[in-house]
Design a protein around this ligand. Structure first.
Ligand code: CU
Length: 677
């Protein structure tokens, strides 16, 4: 979570050599969510590779290419800035004989790069710099300071950019510092600034927390990506126009400064109601909701760069690619404008990159170059840094190509012809909507979750799209749209059957009513699964016995104590018990993440963890305890600084029984063995 996170993340410099069986580790925060199916991670990676293939740009021994910025020059050479303050220029990056030359060094953590008219431009920690090679020896010899901003010296005051505007001015973004919360410790921290080549600065927008990526869509409108954190329930992207306030109040500290286009003050933003950001914005219209939410762990965990898909790169022309650092993956976004407001849907696109993905840049030949660093923080890709390419293989995946909202539902267009029978069946779809709390706490669980009923489906004449009629769409909500049952006319399943559509606006127009399906009237009642984000206490059961059984007249034979520790681990990897022993197990969670403990039959931890992941949005309310005969005993899902006590009898059959935390992404490291003799 690199230039993103919190001090929590600092703690999670995780050693992950063990249990790489699953080849899959991520970090996540105290915020609760779920992620896509764990076992199929490798399968989906292979499946995706039939359509979009990753290759690696070799990095010579001795170069630590922790990529902060990427930019091609006018001769097809790729400039790369690194966290260690270097600017490398790579000739022939498309070949295996790519050669590296160091253009500049001694820079202060440049996390962006642009090239224009023979010069490189980059944001260092405290200034925007132009670097030029005047004598033509391949090294920068002139360094022009274009603009300087204040720094408080906090480690989290990252600066990103620049991006050029059509008029030649540049945009940069400045992170908030981190002091246990996002804090604007120096002027314009938390802002996007516009800077002219002459060094004139104009503040553009604020409300940013950790704006690691920003860029333009195909139409030229500006967006930035945000990372989950305080005031930010989950990763998201927001359309930026001058004068916007996009959510985090800290930057408002400077809204009274000369040149500020913003009138809001910090006092205008309070979170004493458990409101959503959209809900808050209904009363405070100067707050701008995001165009797309990326549900935490379901899509990614740390949103990074933005790139527009060019013509001729598969069926998604002009859509956006969004990077994710922690999941080492790329997501895809289709947006539309309803009543002049952007909104849209995100899908998984391509995973399996080598390290934490921070930057994406297109080469002239439509190869996407992907720059990576994990900065010592864990990412799904295990390498510490890397540079890779992504190419379209020429094959078209069967996917939801676009999803457009309608007054009473969605229109889904597919990349391939669909099978009319499965596509026309409402059972082939499921829609669940939810939102996030807008508050000063770090992240938010999904709240106010409800299932929506698809009461009618119409398949278009050309077999390329369907119109779903849905009762009760809610503005301000993220809609999980699953089309798992839809097959292509060739019998294929969707490569990615799930997307997340953020509704800001619902177009007006005639609504179809559910009466056409009145015989199924009962199904119109939504089952509410309100989730307030309170401690998840799942009910006792025969596998979660929370009081000492009355038959244990002499008390337990054995008391086992175990604790969660930072880095998604149990403090004890091995526990021992005699067969049939009466065990009292005390599980403490002093960690700042959420954990459970499930004891399972030997060799079944992976399967049980996978079942827990498949619970999806229902996972949290179920404590991530799936239905499985392999489960022997389990605790509740413990919030930070809580504990649980359970009573069970050790199996009578000797063996190595596994215990595992099934909170998404924890199972790979957070496990141990109960040895029964
Ligand atoms: Cu855990």
């Amino acid at each position: 979570m690199k230039y993103i996170g919190s001090k929590k993340l600092e703690k999670m410099i995780i050693e992950v050599q063990k249990y790489i069986v699953l080849g899959f580790i991520i970090i996540c925060t105290v915020c609760v969510g779920t992620i896509s199916d764990l076992k199929s991670q490798t399968n989906i990676d292979q499946e995706e590779s039939r359509y979009y293939k990753i290759s690696t740009v070799p990095v010579p021994e001795g170069i630590v290419l922790e990529v902060g910025g990427l930019a091609f020059d006018d001769q097809g050479r790729l400039g790369v800035t690194t966290r260690r303050g270097e600017l490398w220029v790579i000739s022939n990056p498309e070949s295996n004989t790519a050669s590296y030359k160091r253009f500049a060094q001694g820079l202060h953590e440049p996390l962006g790069l642009a090239f224009k008219d023979g010069s490189y431009y980059l944001a260092q920690r405290g200034e925007l710099t132009k670097i030029t090679d005047n004598d033509g020896d391949g090294r920068g010899d002139r360094f022009d300071n274009i603009y300087t901003w204040d720094l408080a010296g906090n480690y989290h005051e990252y600066a990103y950019g620049p991006k050029f505007l059509p008029d030649g001015n540049m945009l940069i973004t400045l992170n908030l510092g981190w002091v246990g919360r996002g804090a604007s410790l120096s002027k314009w921290s938390g802002w996007m600034l516009e800077i002219s080549p002459e060094g004139d600065m104009t503040p553009v927008a604020t409300g940013m927390r950790s704006p690691a990526g920003f860029g333009f869509n195909a139409k030229g409108d500006l967006f930035y990506t945000e990372n989950q954190g305080d005031w930010v329930g989950s990763g998201r992207m927001t359309h930026i126009e001058k004068g916007d306030f996009v959510g985090h109040p800290e930057g408002l500290k400077w809204s009274g400064e000369e040149g500020s286009p913003i009138t809001l003050t910090m006092e205008d933003i309070t979170d004493d109601t458990e409101n959503t950001l959209y809900g808050f914005a209904q009363n405070e219209t100067r707050l701008k909701p995001p165009s797309v939410w990326f549900p935490h762990t379901l899509m990614g965990i740390s949103t990074s760069d933005i790139a527009v898909i060019p013509n001729g790169w598969g069926p998604f022309e002009n859509q956006l690619l969004i990077g994710d650092q922690g999941h080492s993956k790329i997501m895809r976004v289709f947006q539309e404008e309803i009543n002049g407001v952007y909104q849209g849907i995100c899908f998984p696109f391509k995973e399996g990159f080598a390290s934490g993905l921070l930057r994406m840049e297109w080469a002239a030949d439509h190869t996407l170059y992907v720059g990576m660093t994990n900065r010592g923080w864990a990412s799904t890709g295990k390498a510490k840094f890397g540079l890779q390419r992504l190419k379209w293989t020429g094959k078209t995946p069967f996917e939801m190509q676009t999803v457009n909202i309608a007054p009473d539902g969605f229109q889904i267009t597919f990349t391939e012809e669909i099978d009319r029978r499965t596509a026309a069946n409402p059972e082939s779809y499921s829609i669940t909507d939810f939102s996030y709390t807008y508050h000063h706490l770090y992240g938010s669980p999904p709240i106010n979750q409800e299932e929506r009923t698809v009461f009618k489906v119409e398949v278009a004449q050309d077999n390329k799209s369907v119109r779903l009629y849905i009762e009760g769409l809610r503005p301000g909500y993220v809609n999980e749209i699953k089309a798992s049952g839809v097959k292509s006319s060739k019998g294929q399943q969707l490569l990615h059957p799930t997307g997340y559509y953020t509704i800001n606006e619902i177009p007006s127009g005639a609504k179809s009513t559910p009466s056409v399906a009145s015989s199924a009237g009962d199904e119109m009642d939504h089952t509410s699964h309100a989730n307030t984000g309170a401690t998840v206490v799942i009910p006792p059961s025969d596998k979660r016995v929370t009081t000492q059984p009355p038959t244990w007249t002499n008390g337990p034979d054995l008391i086992l104590e175990i604790e969660a520790v930072a880095g998604m681990l149990f403090d004890k990897r091995v526990l021992r018990a005699d067969a049939g022993a009466k065990i009292k197990l005390v599980f403490n969670n002093p960690d700042d993440m959420v954990h459970n403990l499930i004891l399972v039959q030997p060799g079944t931890a992976d399967e049980v963890a996978e079942l827990a992941l498949n619970l999806g949005l229902k996972g949290e309310e179920m404590g991530f305890i799936p239905e499985s005969d392999d489960i022997i005993a389990y605790t509740g899902l413990l919030r930070p600084n809580s504990n649980d006590v359970i009573y069970f009898e050790a199996p009578t059959k000797p063996g190595r029984y596994q215990y595992v935390c099934t909170f998404p992404a924890h199972a790979a490291t957070m496990r141990g063995v109960l040895i029964v003799k």
